[in-house]
Design a protein around this ligand. Structure first.
Ligand code: T46
Length: 140
């Protein structure tokens, strides 16, 4: 699978909470709030606190991760830096670039992790072997 030339770094975006006496509403628009067209939406929930998931990078897929309820952490490794991000607000979004090996962990029992993706599901777009990930991304 070919890389799509995306050399961008993952980043955090804060969106606004539009609030009134009825509660809050937060808007996410493709190509506006998130820097890609949204082709797929999925959400992760009911993950126990001692479970880690992910353990892969992508070739092409860009994603936006929002913990719309509860909280969780995401470990990121793009071969040049390693960091942990806490997703603890429905207004905080991690723009996850394909070049980051990622692992999600420390899920609170009420965590619902919403994921918006730039591509349809394709198992060939995953790099699940860490040594292969280093090979693919460290030469860039
Ligand atoms: C990612 C992180 C943040 C599908 O059939 N279609 C889909 O669109 C997705 C996302 C998954 N699946 C199947 C594949 C597996 O049999 O659902 C099962 C669980 O997926 P996976 O083990 O990949 O889940 P995570 O939590 O490790 O990773 C997911 C995404 O797959 C991945 O792209 O970046 O969330």
């Amino acid at each position: 699978m070919k890389l799509d030339g995306n050399e961008k770094e993952s980043s955090i975006i804060e969106s606004s909470a539009l609030g009134d006496e009825r509660g809050y509403l937060t808007v996410i628009e493709g190509q506006n709030t998130v820097p890609f067209d949204i082709k797929r939406v999925f959400y992760i929930y009911g993950t126990l606190p001692d479970i880690r998931r992910g353990f892969h990078a992508h070739y092409k897929t860009r994603q936006a991760l929002i913990s719309v309820s509860g909280n969780c952490k995401v470990y990121l490794d793009n071969t040049k830096r390693k960091m942990d991000v806490l997703l603890d607000s429905p207004t905080k979004m991690l723009i996850l670039e394909p070049n980051d090996w990622h692992e999600m962990y420390d899920f609170s029992p009420d965590c619902v992790l919403l994921v918006l993706a730039s591509h349809l599901y394709d198992s060939e777009d995953y790099i699940r072997d860490y040594d292969k990930f280093i090979k693919v991304y460290s030469q860039r």
